[in-house]
Design a protein around this ligand. Structure first.
Ligand code: TYM
Length: 428
């Protein structure tokens, strides 16, 4: 949408015409799996892989997915409207792409409401530090915009994909919720739900899931997600579950009495296929298209060819890791952009772009000046790989330690508050 255009619900949408979805239209939605495989990068909700040492080519991904780059103009507009400097994730290009973020800024300018939505698929007992990125962004956006946030825990998704028992995924969802709450979300403005519990309690959510399911054919989900004939039917219908929270009427207890409310979703770009589908369907259901802010991936410790993933213990620093484990993992596994010998490194310098210890600093060291000093010293060969790793350990260890303290301090009542079906504070 052009930034001068006033965002709003598609006009003249008649809920009864919703079944007349043109296959042609949805099939044109770029298919992340196929398109990227042709170019050597694979990015979809289940796989992230690149053949390049520097990782995914995000500019190409923007073109293929049809999203927009977060450019200087958008950043300047954000800073003008909010009077705040953008987060270092945006300054450093970690959040690099968006859909319709101009519309959200227009809403802010006009003092009109919107809400934030993000989520986690509980596939392990603990989050890793890569998962912190969209949640840190969600927290910062919530503080800047003073809006409600809904967080979906897709325990159903992980049960379907990971062959986890239903009961096991519910337990993991609860454990993950504690990690998320420990990040410091405001309980007055944040609602957390796990699908296995919430869908039974909230008829509006199930009704919206079915409305969405009526809009999308098997051909279309095959095109978007790459499902095949032998995939279980749970997978085929699941995208509607992740789409539903992007329609505000899914939460009548939060948005009761309000017309359809715009939704902004911070996530890494692997989740985009779900929301391409959602954006296609929403106007036909009388809702605005959700806006998105896309982050790049924190790389696996082994290097940027894959993302840090909860399925591979050695690829990730988990929020449950001890200080010793963090030190050992970074020292042992963090891919180095340094040279083979100290002499060569001093002479030719290192490459911070592929160096995972430097990436840890780029994501988690807030001080821009310090980061630039480190980058420049590494490129010049003044700073050695071992020294860079030490700096990364010094930055990451306290973040994890503080997080563990905050999590430990959480009472069952404090956690239960986030899951309570209740109204949330609305600034507008
Ligand atoms: P999940 O659990 O795979 O990931 C949770 C969030 O973390 C992002 N992410 C990463 N970001 C940076 N670096 C990484 N290495 C990395 N790995 C994962 C994901 O993009 C996601 O934002 N289906 C979803 C759960 C979900 C959701 C949502 C996510 C439900 N509704 C709405 C975002 C928005 C999932 O399994 O996420």
């Amino acid at each position: 949408m052009d930034k001068t255009e006033s965002p709003g619900v598609a006009e003249g949408v008649d809920a009864l015409t919703l079944n007349n979805v043109s296959d042609e239209k949805l099939d044109k939605v770029p298919n992340g799996v196929e398109a990227t495989e042709n170019e050597g990068d694979v990015v979809d909700p289940w796989n992230v892989a690149s053949t390049n040492d520097e990782g995914i080519d995000y500019d190409k991904l923007i073109k293929r997915f049809g999203s927009s780059k977060i450019d200087e103009e958008l950043i300047a507009r954000f800073e003008k409207i909010t009077g705040k400097q953008v987060h270092h994730f945006i300054r450093r290009g970690i959040f690099f792409s968006h859909r319709d973020f101009h519309s959200i800024l227009t809403l802010k300018e006009q003092g009109r409401p919107f809400y934030l939505y993000t989520g986690r698929g509980p596939s392990s007992g603990s989050l890793h530090i890569g998962h912190l990125i969209p949640f840190y962004m969600a927290k910062w956006l919530q503080e800047i915009f003073d809006v409600p946030l809904v967080i979906q825990l897709t325990d159903d998704e992980k049960s379907l994909w990971k062959d986890l028992k239903v009961e096991e995924s519910i337990k993991l969802a609860y454990e993950n919720a504690k990690d998320i709450i420990a990040i410091g979300f405001d309980p007055e403005k944040t609602f957390i739900f796990n699908d296995f519990d919430f869908i039974g309690k909230c008829p509006a959510m199930y009704q919206n899931m079915v409305r969405i399911q009526k809009c999308v054919t098997f051909n279309q989900v095959k095109g978007i997600f790459g499902f095949g004939d032998s995939d279980i039917i749970g997978k085929i219908s699941f995208p509607a579950v992740q789409a539903a929270p992007a329609l505000s009427s899914t939460f009548p207890f939060i948005f009761k009495g309000k017309k359809p409310v715009h939704c902004l979703i911070p996530c890494a770009i692997d989740q985009d296929p779900y929301f391409r589908m959602t954006r296609d369907v929403a106007p036909r259901l009388g809702f605005p298209k959700c806006a998105l802010l896309h982050s790049s991936f924190f790389p696996a410790l082994q290097g940027a060819k894959s993302k840090m993933s909860a399925s591979d213990n050695n690829s990730a620093v988990f929020l449950t890791d001890t200080q010793k484990q963090i030190k050992n993992k970074i020292n042992k596994y963090a891919f180095s952009g340094g040279r083979a010998t100290v002499e060569e490194h001093r002479k030719l310098g290192g490459n911070p772009d592929v160096d995972v210890a430097f990436q840890l600093l780029k994501f988690f060291l807030e001080d821009d000046t310090k980061l630039e000093e480190v980058r420049s010293a590494y490129i010049k060969g003044e700073l050695l790989t071992g020294e860079l790793k030490k700096l990364a350990i010094e930055v990451v260890s306290p973040i994890v330690e503080e997080h563990q303290k905050a999590r430990k301090a959480l009472t069952d009542e404090a956690v239960a508050k986030f899951f309570e079906i209740r109204s949330l504070k609305f600034a507008q």
